[in-house]
Every structure is written in structure tokens, then in C-alpha cells.
Design a protein around this ligand. Structure first.
Ligand SMILES: [Zn+2]
Length: 91
């Protein structure tokens, strides 16, 4: 599985919403990919904090979870070397 596909599934992975086979493939990837593992860890903590603001009976609104996930993804994309668009022409 590629990193981009892993990252799209991370919130479902953390929530245990994936089928066993996909979850196992993601777990295997996380064991060998430091960046995805770090992203998963950060997302897990962020979701935990977001959910801790609410009582046990009510889940946080979906938009908060999506925003948290997007913020973590943007942070990691920006921090990853070589992913910034190159605007300078190489001549
Ligand atoms: Zn990865």
C-alpha cells in the first residue's frame, strides 16, 4: 500500500472502522514507514483531545474530526522535504 492511500484511511483505521484485512495492511505499513506512523500517532492524539472535549454520550461533530485530520495532513505535507512545488524553472 502506498503512503497516500494509507493516509486517506488513517482516521477509519484509528476508529476501528476498517475491515480486518485492510487494517492489517495498514498496521504492516505503519511498522515500516516512520512518516505514516508519526502521522497516525499525531492524528490519534488529536482525535483523542477533540473527543475529550465532549461527554461520553455524544461524539464531536464530524466537521471537527475532518478539520483535525486535514490540519494534521497539511502539517505533515508541509514538513516533508521534497513535496513543496517547485516554481523555479531549471535552465
Ligand atoms: Zn507511509
Amino acid at each position: 500500500m502506498r503512503c497516500s492511500r494509507i493516509r486517506r484511511c488513517l482516521s477509519e483505521y484509528i476508529d476501528g472502522a476498517l475491515d480486518v484485512r485492510t487494517a492489517a495492511m495498514i498496521a504492516e505499513h505503519l511498522a515500516v514507514c516512520a512518516q505514516c506512523c508519526s502521522l497516525c500517532d499525531t492524528l490519534e492524539k488529536t482525535l483523542f483531545l477533540a473527543r475529550s472535549w465532549y461527554c461520553e454520550e455524544c461524539e464531536p461533530p464530524g466537521w471537527i474530526v475532518r478539520r483535525a485530520y486535514c490540519a494534521v495532513r497539511v502539517h505533515y505535507k508541509a514538513a516533508r522535504p521534497g513535496t513543496a512545488r517547485r516554481r523555479r524553472k531549471t535552465r
